[in-house]
Design a protein around this ligand. Structure first.
Ligand code: CA
Length: 226
């Protein structure tokens, strides 16, 4: 098995050394950039499987680096932040980060998140087409279709829709959705699920197509027919 490549973009040497040691010990190939600009150059020249990206960086900040990394490809991005504010997490996720870790954190927690992200971004070995009503989702191409209309999905929209389509007619609680799609609990205060369900509805309720994702007030959401 090839060793997975991780790029750390973090200006605090104390933290990047701590991360580097822990990740090398776990068998990863690790490189380190001390600012966003050199991190982007390193990511371009030697594409990593995952980027650990600090929010507060001199020059280009983490959010901008995240946007540019995302525009350049499909790499998994784990953001580090000292700010424990839901608002920031949401803007980071909208910029394309896959997950968050709030400083200070234990190395075991970071390794667990890294492994979870790498598992999720690994191509699935057996693509299949999930179907519900007139909606289909191809797990190979990550594209959905409603009748004959193709629907492009972002990575998170895809994961959320896949969760619904693998559990049709079952009410999925917010806790389950957080856990399965984001890998942890936001603490119940975030509106991120509402935001993503709204995106999915906008994309799937095309041309007068009926609603498929229903809100179960105070509980969560369910994929069902009218
Ligand atoms: Ca920093």
């Amino acid at each position: 098995m090839t060793r997975e490549r991780i790029l750390i973009i973090e200006d605090e040497a104390r933290i990047s050394q701590f991360l580097e040691r822990g990740l090398i010990y776990e068998g990863f190939l690790v490189s380190v950039a001390a600012d966003g600009q050199s991190g982007l150059v390193m990511a371009r020249d030697n594409p990593p499987d995952l980027v650990i990206l600090d929010w507060m960086l001199p020059g280009l900040d983490g959010l901008e680096v995240c946007r540019r990394l995302r525009a350049g490809g499909d790499v998994a991005i784990l953001m580090l932040t000292a700010k424990d504010e839901v608002r920031d997490r949401v803007s980071g996720l909208e910029a394309g980060a896959d997950d968050y870790l709030v400083k200070p954190f234990a190395i075991d927690e970071l390794i667990a998140r890294v492994r979870a992200l790498l598992r999720r971004s690994a191509p699935s070995s057996q693509p299949e087409v999930l179907r519900f009503a007139d909606l289909t989702l191809d797990t190979g191409t990550h594209r959905a279709h409603r009748r004959d209309t193709a629907i492009d999905l972002t990575a998170k929209e895809y994961e959320l829709l896949q969760l619904f389509m693998r559990n049709p007619r079952q009410v999925l609680t917010r806790d389950i959705i957080f856990d399965r799609v984001w890998g942890y609990d936001f603490g119940g205060e975030s509106n991120i699920i509402e935001v993503y369900v709204r995106y999915l509805r906008q994309k799937t309720e095309i041309e007068g197509g009926s609603r498929l994702i229903y809100t179960v007030r105070g509980v969560g959401y369910v994929l069902r027919e009218e």
